[in-house]
Design a protein around this ligand. Structure first.
Ligand code: AMP
Length: 113
């Protein structure tokens, strides 16, 4: 069965896409936790960091470079942003398709809740 993110990748459900290339898609989170809240998602189905393999090194790097591109595009590279990867139950992961939360546009508390 497809994950909700695969349905977004396949245009079966709508989303606001901020960036896309052959291996990565980035779209607005439907329940934003900050004025800017984007999910950076590999098109390859990887459930979480726990399932990453050596062969995934390139795509993992591309996810981080996508964050840099988004920051520049949205002109928040100077102000800053936070990248979060929830992994597993204790971290509150709800969608088991690897994703980076890109959060910006307000002061972000530390430590996080
Ligand atoms: P996590 O809890 O780290 O697994 O994050 C999953 C994120 O996916 C949550 O922040 C949800 O708000 C977000 N989400 C779930 N469904 C959608 C959707 N259809 N479009 C955009 N974001 C979604």
């Amino acid at each position: 069965m497809k994950t909700i993110f695969e349905k977004i990748i396949d245009r079966e459900i709508p989303s606001t896409i901020e960036y896309e290339d052959e291996s990565v898609i980035a779209f607005r989170d439907v329940t934003p936790q900050a004025p800017i809240h984007i999910l950076i998602v590999p098109k390859k189905r990887i459930s979480s960091i726990n399932e990453c393999k050596a062969e995934d090194v390139a795509i993992l790097g591309e996810l981080l470079l996508t964050a840099k591109k988004l920051a520049k595009k949205l002109k928040i590279d100077d102000n800053g942003y936070r990248l979060v990867v929830n992994t597993g139950k204790d971290a509150g992961q709800t969608v088991f398709h690897l994703h980076i939360h890109f959060l910006a546009g307000r002061d972000l508390n530390w430590p996080p809740g």
